[in-house]
Design a protein around this ligand. Structure first.
Ligand code: CDV
Length: 359
């Protein structure tokens, strides 16, 4: 736990945030047992004074996209149905408890819409509003649609089970977390700069999204102060990574390294805090997922970090004014960005190499 000092005269914007890391959830795990564990993590975070708790990607079940599931009934059992996940039998009590405890929660789950579309989704529930104020659908789906041909290969079939989210990266303000924030009405003629004075600006990513700096930058351009990212990151998937000769130990070490690399570097280059929460441990006593849930500061340094690969709460009090130095100096986008030079970023999807040299 730590408090990040602003190092400036501006009044502090203190926020108590937590990541609820969730250990192994097996294919056969009873949904009610998982829900009890999640509520217990929430209560643990509440005991430490958390105002906001992030839960992982696909919090409510095992990471089912690793399996080719032929039985439609079993596949259907991993999804939540209806417009409002806070009323779902598998998750409703978690949202109710958050509401009672007056804590905001951000929760990932598999969504099946009333018209039959499937997404890897995450919602932000505001205790102040007693409702979901943001729904984000995963934009970058890793892996393959068809399973690998080699028997025993570990699959990542998100492209089979989910559609890509189309909504993009909408930052949003969370109400009721800070006192004395500037509102529209208090600055109706806009004569005072509201930058860094309103309610906290938050953005959501889901797992693989965190590896795409474009996604972070879109949030950065909206002034995001806090990025939330739940994940399930395999520690061992040689086919997925195209590294067939790597040892299990090296694969796991790499998975931790790249996870922290992207959380730290993108927090730094957008001068924002980030919280990430893992679903981890040995699912089905067979499939390892990394832990590494952490809270990162706008200078890219880790403030708090999980010590286990089991259920664990990671907590820190952060001061959002700590985003200002980076946003006003090195990463003052309005001052330094060269948008006229970045056209290729949106015009090209894949790599376009320079022409070959002549003989
Ligand atoms: N659930 C994920 O999106 N997992 C991916 C894969 C590639 C391990 C990840 O980026 O962590």
């Amino acid at each position: 736990m730590g408090t990040v000092a602003a190092g400036r005269e501006a009044p502090a914007r203190l926020l108590k945030v937590a990541a609820a890391q969730v250990g192994a959830v097996h294919r056969w795990t009873d949904r009610a047992d998982t829900l009890r564990r999640l509520i217990s993590l929430l209560e643990d975070a509440a005991g430490r004074g958390a105002q906001l708790v992030l839960f992982p990607e696909l919090t409510l079940t095992t990471f089912f996209p690793r399996y080719l599931i032929a039985d439609e009934k079993e596949l259907a059992s991993f999804f939540e149905y209806g417009e409002d996940v806070t009323r779902s039998a598998n998750a409703g009590k978690l949202f109710q408890r958050a509401d009672e405890l007056r804590i905001d929660i951000c929760v990932g789950y598999a969504e099946r819409t009333p018209d039959g579309h499937s997404y890897n989704t995450c919602v932000y529930f505001s205790a102040n509003e007693h409702t979901v104020i943001m729904k984000y659908r995963k934009s970058h789906l890793p892996g393959t649609k068809e399973p690998y041909k080699e028997p025993g290969a570990i699959n990542q079939l998100e492209k089979r089970y989910f559609e890509e989210g189309q909504e993009g990266f909408s930052a949003f303000r969370v109400p009721g977390m800070l006192n004395g924030t500037m509102k529209k009405s208090s600055n109706s003629d806009g004569d005072i700069s509201a930058v860094g004075k309103g309610d906290p600006i938050v953005g959501i990513l889901i797992c693989n999204d965190r590896r795409w700096s474009e996604a972070w930058r879109v949030y950065g351009l909206q002034g995001a102060e806090l990025i939330l990212c739940g994940y399930n990151t395999t520690a061992w998937a040689p086919h997925l990574h195209g590294k067939h000769n790597q040892s299990r130990e090296q694969s796991k070490a790499d998975a931790y390294f790249y996870h922290k690399l992207v959380m730290q570097s993108n927090s730094y280059t957008n001068s924002c805090f980030s919280v990430c929460a893992a679903r981890c441990g040995l699912d089905d006593n067979e499939f390892p997922l990394i832990g590494g849930s952490c809270i990162v500061g706008p200078n890219g340094r880790i403030i708090a970090e999980a010590q286990t690969e089991e259920d664990e709460v990671i907590f820190a009090e952060i001061d959002l004014t700590g985003c200002r130095p980076g946003k006003e100096t090195t990463f003052n986008f309005g001052k330094h960005r060269r948008t006229e030079l970045y056209r290729m970023l949106v015009d090209e999807k894949g790599v376009v190499e320079p022409d070959l040299l002549s003989d």
